[in-house]
Design a binder for this molecule. Structure first.
Ligand code: ZN
Length: 257
């Protein structure tokens, strides 16, 4: 079933006669909606939407270093507008609300809106089909769809052919995990605990290690993140750690070859 956010993005495509995400800048859509738009440094948020008299203003944190993350944040804030969330308060968006798919219904919907607007399901499935999974595939898709690698990763989790687990941690503690539909492994009991000592995420928290592009798929073993039964402890898995230094978060992408 199509969720509200996704349906609102489809409506926008229809209303403006858009064919694909290369047809527009999100700022153009924001202007078309008669929304004030500004950019300035925000201490603890990537973006925010606030009432301004009879109109609405979207503010983007001008310090966001990546074009893809800027575009995803703009689309997320536009989603709050399209879904009329601003009438119920003033969402303030941090790395957590932008990445965390189950952080309240409004955030989920705004993320689904941004996801469908920037990476329409049919175009995304076509793009990743028949391509082997790798960190470079995620980077290539992020470039192609002009969005953040984090948002591409969540999109791939839902719609890509290769099964994945995602582990999201902050300051060394695991906040949540999520897996591809129909994929199930028993995850160690880690929620709200430190990430595993032998994980790539922990290498970052402990030593500040960030691997180069060529080395970003690091070999780990199944027992790093999952419960095992002895015979499968050393089964090969890979972990790609997507680090956001400003928020001290790591999104660990874990897969079996
Ligand atoms: Zn939000």
């Amino acid at each position: 079933m199509m969720n509200e956010g996704c349906a609102a993005a489809r409506r926008l495509y229809h209303e403006f006669g858009l064919r694909g995400p290369q047809d527009f800048s999100v700022e153009e859509l924001i202007n078309a909606r008669n929304i004030f738009y500004s950019e300035k440094p925000l201490a603890h948020a990537d973006g925010r939407i606030v009432p301004r008299g009879s109109r609405v203003m979207i503010i983007l944190n001008s310090d966001i270093p990546y074009a893809g993350r800027r575009r995803f944040t703009q689309a997320h804030e536009l989603g709050h507008f399209e879904l009329r969330h601003y009438l119920k308060g003033t969402p303030e968006d941090t790395a957590l609300t932008l990445d965390y798919y189950q952080h309240g219904n409004q955030e989920y919907e705004a993320n689904q809106f941004a996801t469908e607007l920037l990476m329409p399901g049919d175009l995304f499935r076509e793009f990743v089909k028949d391509k082997p999974f790798s960190p470079d595939l995620l980077r290539t898709a992020a470039d192609y769809f002009q969005t953040s690698i984090t948002s591409v990763t969540f999109r791939y989790l839902e719609q890509g052919p290769h099964p994945l687990y995602l582990f999201y941690s902050r300051n060394g503690n695991l906040l949540y995990f999520k897996q591809s539909p129909g994929y199930w492994l028993k995850v160690k009991d880690l929620t709200r605990l430190s990430v595993p000592t032998d994980s790539v995420a922990m290498e970052y928290y402990r030593d500040g290690t960030i691997y180069s592009r060529e080395e970003s798929a690091q070999e780990i073993v199944k027992s790093t993140w999952f419960e095992t039964q002895g015979w499968d402890d050393r089964h090969l898995f890979y972990e790609f750690a997507i680090v956001t230094k400003a928020y001290d978060t790591v999104l660990s992408v874990v897969w079996s070859p």
